[in-house]
Design a protein around this ligand. Structure first.
Ligand code: BG6
Length: 490
């Protein structure tokens, strides 16, 4: 008789925490030898519904941005000044009981132009300080090596990831980082949301505005391939330099549902889902899946494979799979969203509510995704981003009542617990984001995700004071109970 018990809660040692990215929090964009990144030439979006304004960069706007030495039009240059507040911020994370903190290293702090032979010691020193501070509170670091932060010099010189030379530049940087931090960092991620490379500039660092759609797609998939190779080389490096370290890939997971039960719609949704999971297929299984042969042929895409690429990708798959989860999408065979790999928000799902930015909220979709990915890959999973961007109000008494965020987070945590009970191997959860920060897609400050409010407005004015929201106290209780107690506090 088959009779086995199943877990009813998160495992002991579950890694609770939060996640940020250098370009959205640090500021200090031009100090201590740092170079400019792709994120710092992006202006604030004109409309909130933009899926991302971070791709609205062409040759002309790049020139203008590089000539402009102010922070005024480029909010990611100022972030929320984590560069000077990190001790205070990490102390607050510790107060919530964080076990892990995910952050990125700004590549251009270490190699300002991207192609230097020697690293910038001042940049390394800053991250030494961050790691010291985390160690003080026993918080594990989880480091993203590239979170939309390519040194702009590489865009100017070789059109970013469109060039294979960027592989060498990236792996020179990763080698420096692994050697510097070996023994101090156990968990690493290579590329944040690698699949968004098919969206454009923010991830590829390649400017392709004046090209046809098909030419753009070619450049973008070539950039993806070059990142696959760079990621596999980084995996090889870190395993050699620090055998105790684990390294993961990172996907923007967007589960696609069929609009109806019509087989054509179901097929369209499956194909769209494959295009989303393709990135993990390569990085976790070590080879390109067959379905992409047909996709590439039908889209007239030919990937330039170096002689050893297939071998490197095969020999160095990731140790674990991480992903961000914010929403699900819907598609139909006759939808403009069909077969796009979810490059847009997709058709509306009438059963779901959406955030003020039109992102459809779907906790059950997280359980579905976790199960699907666990069954497909059988590698440990890590939810490294999930959260609600909302307009928060700072009351006169200094409180921020963000019950809507607590509701959002608790439903997603509940869904993760269900998935764990289903048998999914889940390592941890780093919600996005412990502190308010500059939005990736629209560069707004007023799209707030934090458990901690930061007094700064869209124009960059404010005291930068850190203020605990209701969700701060709630998350503290969640962590203390290892996710059992999701009750709202009174
Ligand atoms: C993910 C990114 O896409 O979503 C983060 O990895 C980003 O950088 C987060 O901030 C939320 O998106 P946004 O556009 O609301 O900031």
């Amino acid at each position: 008789m088959y009779k086995k018990s199943y877990p009813t809660n998160f495992p002991e040692g579950f890694l609770w925490g939060g996640a940020t990215a250098a370009n959205q929090v640090e500021g200090g964009w031009n100090v201590d030898g740092k170079g400019i990144t792709t994120a710092e030439v992006v202006q604030k979006a004109k409309k909130r519904i933009n899926i991302t304004s971070a791709d609205d960069v062409d040759q002309q706007s790049l020139k203008t941005a590089l000539a402009d030495k102010s922070e005024e039009h480029y909010p990611k240059r100022r972030g929320v000044d984590f560069y000077h507040h990190y001790k205070e911020d990490i102390a607050l994370f510790a107060e919530m009981g964080f076990k892990i903190y995910r952050f990125s290293i700004a590549w251009s702090r270490i190699f300002p132009n991207g192609d230097e032979t020697e690293p910038n010691e001042n940049g390394l020193k800053f991250y030494d300080g961050v790691l010291d501070e985390l160690a003080k509170y026993d918080i594990e670091p989880l480091i993203t090596l590239s979170h939309y932060e390519m040194p702009i010099g590489l865009t100017e010189k070789q059109n970013g990831w469109a060039s294979r030379d960027t592989i060498t530049d990236f792996n020179r940087y990763t080698k420096v980082i692994f050697n510097r931090y070996k023994g101090r960092v156990k968990y690493w991620l290579t590329f944040n949301e690698i699949n968004t490379s098919t969206w454009g500039f923010h991830e590829t660092g390649a400017i392709d505005h004046d090209l046809s759609q098909n030419e753009q797609l070619k450049i973008r998939y070539q950039s993806v391939h070059n990142q696959f190779v760079a990621s596999a080389i980084a995996t090889k490096q870190v395993h050699k330099i620090d055998p105790n370290a684990q390294i993961g890939c990172m996907l923007a997971r967007m589960q696609t549902y069929p609009k109806t039960s019509k087989p054509e719609d179901v097929l369209a949704a499956e194909q769209s889902d494959d295009l989303n999971l393709f990135f993990v297929d390569v990085q976790a299984r070590g080879e390109y899946p067959e379905y992409m042969n047909r996709y590439f042929a039908e889209h007239n895409i030919k990937i330039d494979f170096g002689t050893d690429d297939a071998d490197i990708i095969k020999k160095h798959p990731v140790d674990f799979i991480s992903f961000s989860y914010y929403m699900t999408t819907v598609t139909a065979a006759d939808s403009s969203n069909a077969n796009t790999g979810n490059m847009a928000l997709g058709d509306k799902n009438p059963y779901l509510k959406e955030s003020d930015w039109g992102w459809q909220i779907d906790p059950i979709g997280l359980r579905i995704s976790l199960n699907e990915m666990w069954n497909r890959y059988r590698k440990p999973l890590f939810v490294v981003e999930n959260g609600l961007g909302a307009v928060d109000k700072l009351e006169n008494n200094g409180k921020v009542h963000d019950g809507y965020r607590i509701d959002y987070l608790s439903k997603h945590i509940e869904a993760m617990r269900e998935a764990v009970s289903d048998g999914v191997n889940l390592m941890g959860y780093t919600m996005w984001a412990p502190i308010d920060l500059i939005s990736f897609s629209t560069s707004e400050m007023s799209k707030r995700y934090g458990l901690i409010y930061i007094d700064q407005n869209d124009a960059g004015n404010g005291s930068l004071n850190r203020i605990k929201k209701d969700s701060f106290f709630w998350y503290k209780q969640v962590i203390a109970s290892n996710g059992r107690n999701l009750e709202t506090l009174n």
